[in-house]
Design a protein around this ligand. Structure first.
Ligand code: SAM
Length: 219
């Protein structure tokens, strides 16, 4: 029996995945109608504007990635986790469930949108995991720049793709030897991929559903 697969966390996770499907469909239909003048040269909406428009939408990790996060955090025996991009808390719940089953710990999450951060706190409380999680509001480049729990065992990158490398560089001095860095939609952050695949301190591999998992070998 695990925290992830039993009530209340398993029930909350099912509810969140159902919400993610419902809100995702509505969001995609709305984005398809966004006029060309709201987009940059590559046809994308600027990332701050994009996430503001997505304030009611999960953009959650997939079910496979959610389980992968639990597996990685359990196998690493993680006690300290930092998350870039919490949204409504799907990935957060899976990582916090792993912390619980590892014997406790701390997860520091980060979220631009105050309403999402508040909802994530409620969801984690419903899942019985609130005592393990602090969700910090505001830009993660500021909120994760101070007062982090010491050596970090696992980092999840799932916020704005254009700052994955900046967030990782911010956290690098705090990584534990053998820490895992997991990035969702990593193909959309070529600078991050070049860093973890080209820097001798990391061994990195693409996994499953556009996820990159790197181990920080220093220490
Ligand atoms: C892909 S969603 C995260 C999904 C979440 N990990 C899950 O599994 O449910 C990305 C979230 O990161 C937030 N975000 C993006 N850039 C951010 C930044 N610089 N600082 C804080 N939050 C950010 C967005 O508002 C959005 O809610």
């Amino acid at each position: 029996m695990t925290t992830l697969t039993t009530s209340p966390a398993a029930d909350v996770l099912e509810r969140l995945f159902a919400d993610a499907v419902r809100t995702g469909e509505a969001f995609r239909a709305r984005m398809a109608r966004t006029p060309a003048e709201g987009r940059d040269a590559r046809g994308s909406v600027d990332s701050r504007a994009f996430y503001a428009a997505a304030k009611d939408t999960h953009l959650a990790v997939s079910r496979d990635t959610a389980r992968l996060l639990y597996v990685l955090a359990r196998s690493r025996g993680a006690r300290r986790v930092v998350e870039f991009g919490t949204s409504f808390g799907v990935s957060t719940l899976c990582l916090a469930a792993a912390l619980r089953d590892n014997g406790g710990g701390t997860l520091v999450g980060s979220e631009y949108e105050p309403t999402k951060a508040e909802a994530a706190r409620r969801n984690l409380a419903d899942a019985g995991l609130a005592d393990l999680v602090e969700v910090r509001e505001g830009d993660a480049l500021e909120s994760l720049a101070h007062d982090l729990p010491g050596p970090v065992d696992l980092v999840l990158l799932d916020g704005a793709k254009d700052v994955y490398l900046d967030v990782l560089r911010l956290l690098e001095p705090r990584l534990a030897p053998g820490a895992l860095v997991v990035a969702d939609n990593a193909d959309r952050s070529p600078e991050f991929l070049a860093h973890v695949r080209g820097d001798a301190r990391y061994v990195s591999s693409a996994v499953g559903d556009d996820v990159e998992v790197a181990v920080y070998t220093v220490g």
